[in-house]
Design a protein around this ligand. Structure first.
Ligand SMILES: NC(=O)c1ccc[n+]([C@@H]2O[C@H](COP(=O)([O-])OP(=O)(O)OC[C@H]3O[C@@H](n4cnc5c(N)ncnc54)[C@H](O)[C@@H]3O)[C@@H](O)[C@H]2O)c1
Length: 313
């Protein structure tokens, strides 16, 4: 893995992934392509080594800008770039369709043109909607699409385009569907930064709807480690659950067998009232540990029997 183009790498998860990739794969050269919307912040990239990380300001929905940044035979494109806030999509869906749907298609076309070796689409569990109150309900990779917000619908549409690029053109693609992330550098409008900031400032903590809705959470670095594992080691035959911790990915299959949709569970089971669309009830993945824990104990160092999570056998 030498040449990687990461889109949305100035945002919350993308910037964590860039840091992880450069730590774990020192020879890697990253082009970080981001148009710095309200959610992108160059401060998120402070301290990165210019010899291995090049920031390019550009729009994933702009073909010329994407092609100018994407070198021939790049090893991987990892598409984090998105409009990502559910509430904003309810206020206006236009940018969500443009970036999340059109932008993904532009990237797929460019990836084919530049003979990119692997395309990773960072999707979301929200494409599968919500589970009922049933405590035993889980999502699996086979769960049907049931997006409940314009944001989720735009991410579902993008997944279809990624799948089509594989089936029509043979592009090597992987799709991941993660749950809610928390951790450093998250934009303050998101739920956990908001409640932490309010608590520190002695301000009321918002509870939306009836306060009974439940969300599951994963620490951002754990999500990024899973993405790195998928990028490097996704292989035929399916990865087995690792060690009973929540960093379990099931259903990995070879790119040749079709596009891979991988659902990632929460690793904390942390529960909170939802602050976004109230139509969500619960999203869970099979195999996840779901006992409520403290925020900072959801980190990877707390995995059973390992100093870091294992994703694949
Ligand atoms: N945050 C979560 O809990 C979560 C959970 C599951 C999946 N995801 C997915 O992970 C990805 C990253 O999420 P995040 O929370 O880091 O988002 P974010 O909003 O913090 O960052 C998005 C980044 O994309 C950039 N961007 C937006 N439109 C762009 C465009 N047209 N061209 C280039 N760059 C553009 C922004 O400037 C920003 O840096 C998204 O695809 C999101 O759907 C997020």
């Amino acid at each position: 893995m030498h040449k990687v183009l990461i889109t949305g790498g100035a945002g919350f998860i993308g910037s964590s992934f860039v840091r992880l990739l450069l730590d774990e794969v020192p020879a890697c050269k990253v082009v970080n392509f981001d148009n710095l919307t309200y959610a992108g912040n160059l401060d998120n990239l402070a301290g990165l080594d210019d010899a291995h990380h090049r920031f390019v300001r550009g729009d994933i929905a702009n073909r010329d800008e994407v092609l100018a940044a994407l070198e021939l035979e790049t090893d991987a494109v990892i598409n984090f770039a998105a409009e990502s806030h559910v509430d904003r999509s309810i206020a206006s869906a236009d940018e969500f369709i443009r970036t999340n749907v059109l932008g993904t298609q532009v990237l797929l076309d460019a990836a084919r043109e530049r003979r990119v070796k692997r395309f990773v689409q960072i999707s979301t569990d929200e494409v599968m909607g919500s589970l009922s109150e049933d405590e035993n309900g889980f999502f699996t990779e086979e769960s049907p699409f049931a997006p409940n917000s314009p944001y989720a619908a735009s991410k579902a549409a993008a997944e279809h385009l990624v799948r089509a690029a594989h089936h029509t053109f043979g592009l090597d693609v992987v799709i991941t569907r993660c749950g809610n992330n928390y951790g450093p550098r998250q934009f303050p409008e998101k739920f956990l930064p908001l409640i932490v900031a309010n608590a520190m400032n002695d301000e009321p903590i918002p509870v939306y709807g009836d306060g009974l809705n439940i969300r599951d959470w994963i620490y951002v670095d754990d999500h990024c480690r899973a993405i790195l594992a998928i990028l490097e080691k996704g292989k035929a035959g399916g990865a087995k659950p690792s060690n009973g911790t929540a960093q379990i990915l099931s259903g990995l299959t070879a790119p040749a067998a079709g596009p891979i949709a991988i659902s990632m569970p929460s690793n904390t089971g942390l529960r909170s009232a939802r602050n976004e669309s109230n139509d969500h009830r619960r999203r869970r993945f099979g195999g996840a540990g779901n006992d409520p824990v403290l925020l900072d104990s959801g980190r990877s160092s707390h995995c059973v029997g390992s100093s870091r999570p294992r994703y694949l056998e």
